[in-house]
Design a binder for this molecule. Structure first.
Ligand SMILES: Nc1ncnc2c1ncn2[C@@H]1O[C@H](COP(=O)(O)OP(=O)(O)OP(=O)(O)O)[C@@H](O)[C@H]1O
Length: 258
């Protein structure tokens, strides 16, 4: 199996406000989000980063996607270094989040064309892709409606479609089903399975066991900014449920602090 996404020894600190410092009862003005995170995803698999709130999932996916910079460490995406070749990385990945905010005034059709142009997608390819994605996500009927008039689920599906204008080899999806109703969540999960079947590599972050059990080939447990265990879903859950494995690791790594 070929390693296509390699995160190596990532460190990231955020500077926090004095107010936040007091709330955290911390002596430091910095918050450590990642402290030496490493993991590897293989070509054509769905890899899940599973961890509790504040573990560092979003931070690591944003670094992988060249949206923010790590303080230390680096990632290799299909042979390109995130720190040295961020443009090459961006061309190969689609970063998806259900929290992406779309401008209310524009239509799905306009947004898809706009982002296609930004990504240098030729018009013919753009139209083929748009038809396919709009059909797949039930957007076609709303293609000329303003974003402001769309339902929350439809907005999320539009944001997924426009993150895929360049048909990226690697899909990075932060909390894929957060805030989605069951029907939209199902559409998204089916879509990710189809993309995997097309040979794409998919990395998701989540705290939802059920999602990991339904979707993932391999799982990395992330706690306090570090990877604490990694393995195939099958090997991890041979004797215990994923939830049991998670809490065993959690008690070991974090203790019973809440
Ligand atoms: N912009 C920021 N400024 C200050 N601290 C931040 C910032 N972003 C994240 N953090 C802190 O860094 C740590 C890791 O956050 P991150 O969002 O990466 O975790 P997460 O695993 O995605 O959490 P969640 O599941 O709650 O979204 C947390 O303690 C968080 O409070």
């Amino acid at each position: 199996m070929e390693a296509i996404v390699i995160a190596h020894d990532l460190e990231k600190k955020y500077r926090i406000s004095r107010k936040q410092q007091r709330l955290d009862q911390s002596k430091s003005r910095e918050k450590i989000a990642l402290s030496g995170l490493s993991f590897t995803a293989n070509q054509g698999e769905i890899y899940a980063l599973l961890g509790p709130n504040g573990a560092g999932k979003t931070t690591s996916l944003r670094i992988l996607s060249a949206l923010i910079k790590a303080d230390r460490g680096d990632c290799s995406i299909n042979g390109s270094s995130v720190s040295k070749e961020p443009e090459a990385v961006r061309a190969q990945i689609g970063f998806l989040t259900s929290e992406l905010k779309l401008e209310d005034y524009f239509t799905p059709n306009y947004l898809f064309d706009f982002f296609s142009e930004l990504n240098h997608v030729p018009a013919k390819t753009r139209d083929e892709r748009k038809n396919k994605l709009f059909e797949r996500f039930g957007i076609s009927r709303f293609a000329e409606s303003k974003v402001a008039d769309l339902s929350t689920g439809m907005k999320q599906k539009v944001s997924i479609a426009i993150s895929l204008v360049h048909d990226p080899e690697i899909i990075i999806f932060d909390e894929p089903t957060n805030g989605l109703d069951v029907i939209t969540a199902r559409t998204v999960m089916d879509f990710l399975r189809e993309e995997k079947a097309r040979g794409k590599t998919i990395i998701i972050s989540t705290h939802i066991f059920d999602l990991v059990e339904k979707l993932a080939d391999r799982v990395g447990f992330i706690m306090k900014g570090r990877l604490v265990r990694e393995g195939t879903l099958e090997s991890l859950t041979r004797e215990k449920s994923l939830e049991e494995v998670f809490f065993e690791i959690y008690l070991n790594e974090v203790g019973d602090e809440t």
